[in-house]
Ligand binder design. Structure first.
Ligand code: PNS
Length: 165
């Protein structure tokens, strides 16, 4: 049976750091489902449909990856999709405590689903969607951290927001 993993996240928006983890997961597992949280509490810059569409475009060329929205518990999504693992990236510092807590909670909810934490590649160690949005909002250059088409969408959305203020 194909061994399937889930790469979950908010992806608001997708960064090169996310794509590095997805690509590496795709080389370890037979199939990867990128699971885009559609109903999480943080305020989002992009709608769930926009985030899913951007990920689908960014993942073109990785044959064993598909992108799906998910609502509710991640472990329920994993069980429904016959996934054996949750794969996430681990940056230095604060990520560890948060990820360990979630991994242990998820293990207690779905003992058959292992969490695999991949160390983030050094070039992406400091990159997060939140920081990318903050730096871009203040005019900083974030073009190296996201795919080109995502960068265009990000600047356009921030300009729309600024016009609306
Ligand atoms: O990119 P993020 O914001 O760190 O992604 C967090 C996400 C969506 C993976 C996490 O919030 C999640 O798993 N949400 C689904 C709800 C759930 O299962 N919560 C319990 C986690 S132990």
């Amino acid at each position: 049976m194909a061994r399937r993993a889930v790469c979950p996240g908010s992806f608001d928006p997708v960064t090169h750091g996310h794509l590095d983890i997805i690509a590496r997961a795709s080389r370890i597992f037979d199939e990867v489902v990128v699971a885009v949280g559609v109903n999480v509490s943080k305020r989002r810059l992009f709608s769930a449909d926009e985030r899913i569409e951007m990920l689908r475009t960014a993942c073109v060329g990785i044959d064993n990856v598909r992108v799906s929205g998910f609502d509710g518990l991640l472990t329920a999504f994993c069980v429904d999709n016959d996934a054996v693992a949750i794969v996430k990236g681990l940056r230095a510092g604060g990520d560890f405590d948060y990820e360990l807590q979630m991994a242990q909670m998820n293990a207690s909810l779905a003992p058959g689903v292992e969490t695999v934490l991949l160390p983030t590649a050094p070039p992406h160690a400091f990159v997060s969607s939140s920081l990318v949005k903050e730096v871009a909002a203040f005019g900083g250059d974030v073009s190296g951290f996201v795919p080109g088409f995502v960068h265009d969408r990000l600047l356009a959305r921030l300009a729309e927001r600024a016009d609306g203020d």
